[in-house]
Design a protein around this ligand. Structure first.
Ligand SMILES: [Zn+2]
Length: 280
């Protein structure tokens, strides 16, 4: 079936969600519920924009539009798109959604979203006892590991041992890379080549390289410079510190979400959702 009009996001419309909600129930359901309570829609038009402006349009908060593109023909959407968007919304609702003056928190929000597929695929491998190589995400990271000369098997098995630790490592690595790209753009007089050479070395040395696969590292930085400006207000730096502190102090993803106050965020959204239903 080809969808013509947009439809409300529902659990059964999300491909793969039934599997991951068994692997990590609290986290997977929270990522979906945060969008459902805000009445997010699956919109066939949104995918057309994504095709033209791929990663650029995919980035950022879609809290205002509340529309997501289809992933496949029909009326379903891929789990990785929904979870990524869900995380952006949770972080946005916790630390604010304003863009101007907040380049660092906006970058961090993106960096928290990028390694999500790594976390869920490693958790699935841990729970089921084998690596699901035939999914498109895994095919991509296997290919990228090869291209970069990194040992996929060794790195992924390590991630399988402690998926949240691997996720945290990936967030910090990718955030460090994005911050340096931001600095390169920010500096008026730069030896760009020297800085890029140092950055290439850092990329080659990173352990959790899985996250580069589905987004070129430069795109979020371009989004941020265009939408947030180059300078941080004080609240931006404070939010980044607070968020990273909570991440460091958490031992599991569920722990991280609970420490962020996700239950309270969801309860408030659900309350306003049901009161608007009553009014209608
Ligand atoms: Zn994103």
């Amino acid at each position: 079936m080809k969808l013509k009009r947009s439809i409300r996001l529902r659990d059964e419309k999300i491909l793969g969600h039934d599997v991951f909600v068994q692997v990590d129930p609290f986290v997977a359901q929270a990522l979906v519920d945060v969008l459902k309570f805000q009445k997010f829609k699956i919109d066939p038009q949104a995918i057309r924009m994504t095709k033209v402006f791929f990663a650029f349009y995919g980035f950022g908060y879609r809290i205002r539009s509340r529309k997501m593109g289809l992933e496949v023909n029909g009326d379903t959407i891929n789990w990785s798109t929904v979870y990524h968007e869900g995380l952006h919304n949770i972080i946005g609702l916790r630390f604010g959604t304003k863009l101007i003056g907040r380049p660092m928190m906006t970058l961090l929000n993106e960096c928290l979203g990028l390694p999500l597929p790594l976390y869920f695929m490693a958790s699935l491998a841990q729970a089921s006892g084998f690596i699901h190589r035939n999914t498109s995400f895994m095919q991509t990271i296997i290919r990228d590991s090869k291209r970069l000369g990194l040992p996929f098997e060794k790195n992924f098995r390590k991630a399988m041992g402690d998926p949240f630790k691997a996720y945290k490592g990936a967030v910090l690595e990718v955030f460090s890379v994005h911050k340096r790209l931001f600095d390169i753009l920010k500096a008026s007089k730069i030896d760009g080549e020297k800085k890029l050479r140092a950055l290439t070395k850092e990329l080659k040395g990173s352990e959790n390289v899985f996250f580069y696969s589905h987004s070129t590292p430069v795109v979020p930085v371009l989004f941020v410079t265009g939408n947030c400006g180059m300078n941080s207000i004080r609240a931006d730096i404070r939010a980044v510190h607070e968020c990273l502190e909570i991440l460091h102090a958490s031992k599991t993803f569920e722990d991280f979400f609970k420490n962020l106050g996700v239950s309270k965020i969801l309860a408030e959204l659900e309350k306003s959702d049901s009161s608007s239903k009553k009014a209608a």
